[in-house]
Structures are given as C-alpha cells and as structure tokens.
Design a protein around this ligand. Sequence first.
Ligand code: PLP
Length: 424
Amino acid sequence: MKTPFTTKEKLEEIAAAYPTPFHIYDEKGIRENAAKVKEAFSWNKGFREYFAVKATPNPFILQILKEYGCGADCSSLTELQLSHACGFAGEEIMFSSNDTPDEEFVRANEMGAIINLDDITHIDDVKRLLGKLPETMSCRYNPGGVYEISNGIMDNPGDAKYGMTHDQLLSAYKRMKEEGVKQFGLHAFLVSNTVTNDYYPALAKTLFELAVEIKEKSGVSLNFINLSGGVGIAYHPDQKANDIAVIGEGVRKVYEEVLIPAGLGDIAIYTEMGRFMLGPYGALVTRAIHEKKTYKDYIGVDACAANLMRPAMYGAYHHITVMGKEDAECDHTYDVTGSLCENNDKFAIDRKLPEIQKGDLLFIHDTGAHGSSMGYNYNGRLWSSEILLKEDQSFTLIRRAQEPKDYFATLDCFPIWDKLSKEF
Ligand SMILES: *Cc1c(COP(=O)(O)O)cnc(C)c1O
C-alpha cells in the first residue's frame, strides 16, 4: 500500500494556481530522511553525503539538503554551476564525471571541487589542463565481471563504461603520489537501485579490503572512500523499503572488521545518493483528459514521457493513486498514456486501478529523483513545473513550467525568430 503525501483537496488547490502536470515535493519527508541519513553514519567522523545533483537539480532542494551537511555530487558543467551558485564550494563539491570535457575539469578545479577520475588517462588530461595535479584526487574503481550482493541482486560492472580496472587503479595511485598528490579517495558505483540493506555493506567490504591492498602495494593511505549511489527505493508497493540505519550499521561493522585493524581507522566515508535522498518525496501530478476504448482501455493524461521518462526508458514501475479514490476497488484495467507519438509513452500498462473519470487527478509516486531531471522536449512537449509542499502545508513554485518562448529560444539566431516570437 502506497499513500500519497498529500490530499486531493490540496492538489486541486495547487492545480488552481499552477496547472497540471507538475512535480510536487514533500519538504517534511525530505528533511526527515536527510536527518536519518546523517544519523546513520554519524559514527564516522568525516562522513558526508554528496547529493547526486543530476537526480533533482533544483536550488530549493539543494539548499534544504545543505542544511543537513550534504555536499553536491556533479558530473557536468551546468551541475557544477548550479551547485556553486547554491553556495557549495571547495570540498563540498564532488566532481564524479566520465568522458569529461577539458573545460569541466578546469571549472571544477577553480571551484576547489574534489575531482574523481573515471579513467587512468585522465591523470594526464588533468595535469595538462591544470599544470599540476590538485592536492586531493579520487579514483573510480570497476572490478569487472558480475557483482553479486544477495538474493539474486547483482549487476554487470564488466559491461559498464565506468571506472578503472584493479591494476590501473594501483598504478594511478602510485603515479599520483609521485606527482605530489597529498589526499586520496576511492569511489565505486557497482549496482543501481538496490532494494536491500546489504548493498552498501557488501560494497564497503570490497572497497575497504582494496584500501588495505592499496596501502600495502602503493604506500598510499586513503583519506576517504566514496560508496557513491545505488541505494534504492521501493517503487513497488510489495517491496520493503531500505532502512538507512541498518545500512549505516552494516557499513560500521565492516569498517571495524577491516579498516581499523589495518590502521586505517581515519578514513572518511562519503556517499553520493540521489534516488534514496529524494525519490519517495516527489510525485508527478497529472489529470485524466481522455478515455479511449479500442482493443484495450486507455486513460490519456496531460503528462507524458517527456515529464517522466523512467517507465518509457526502462519499463520502470511507478505506482499510481487516483486521488479521492484511495479506498475504491481496483476493478478496472488501464494503460495510462501520455500524448507522445511513441507507443512506449505509457505510465502504466494493464494496471489495475479504480474506475477513472475525466478530470481525475493521478498521483504518480516516487518521481522525486530522476523524474523532472530526465525531462526532454520530444514532440515539442514542454517541461512541467516543480512545486514544493512545505512543512506547514503551504506551497511554493520552485521551477516554473517551460513555455513556448523557452523552447524556441535557441532559434533566435534565425530570421524566422521575428515571426515565431509573434506566436507567443
Ligand atoms: C547517478 C549517480 C549517483 C546517484 O545514483 P542514485 O542511484 O540516484 O543514488 C551517484 N554517483 C554517480 C557518479 C552517479 O552517476
């Protein structure tokens, strides 16, 4: 059973001010969760969560998380710019990018961000661009093969484009040490959206043992280990949500078993969660505007995959609540669709739902991370607005909806611009 974090009345009140579709965020939920994350790792002196900006690149959200001591994990120029403008600077910014353009290394370094290298050849790139290597550097590890945690939860790092091999990693640390780097980090992201409390502890064991080996073979003592993202959320009502307190304890246990006996008890633990920090605390609110009956029953809504790409892109499940019909029987079977000229533009396929009438508001759960941020403009569809539902139940616009003038702005170099701008 999944319950929306707000009511139909509140959503109708918001929709009267800001038309559907919109993404809405629950400030109370975000704050409570951020506090729990901080608490779960408080045993580690240097702990910091670097929020993965790509999940929800909104300044209001970033500033809330900053209050809980979070830093910003960026992987592009605009994410760096946004984070810097939100007041993150120096070691509060982690630059975990891959296939990185020159300009972005330079900009990250100007901000004092920690550069996390995806590849061994990037050592030369950074040296060429900055004259010398920064005092603090981190490396991303990819163990290859298959990484298995428990209960069949696994992924294929061997097929992933990210990170360095074991041997490259050891050479990278030796080289960086010779080049005068003073502080070192290790990073890995091996499995995505893990709905288990075992992932971080398993990853921690892998990385902590590697830290001991790095110390022995290259003489480098790591200053931090970055467990990155991958802590999942229960998108499906049958799934059991992760418990961050249990996860934090699991990591502590491995820390005490592996690092402390090896004399590496000063290592700071970093995380780079996006989904776990925001996913459940956002929803896409959309209105049913059509019902169509052909070989199947379709409900057409005013949002489309351009507002939430995950179902179309990965076949991802997002739970749907029909507002005001929370207790009604789910005795109808619908495909819930958007308007894109793409048949994968469906928020749900053969979903059991209560009978839906035109005008009903649908609450599409768990869009707080990788939701609005994955928006795009295919079919000329425009980005929807973002609303923050505050703790006192008032609401505020934190991103306005895109308008045609925004969509066309990049055509202002053409003579047609004069005619076009008369259209809006
Ligand atoms: C996407 C990403 C994250 C966040 O992943 P989540 O699954 O949202 O926690 C963290 N670090 C890096 C480098 C990423 O690419």
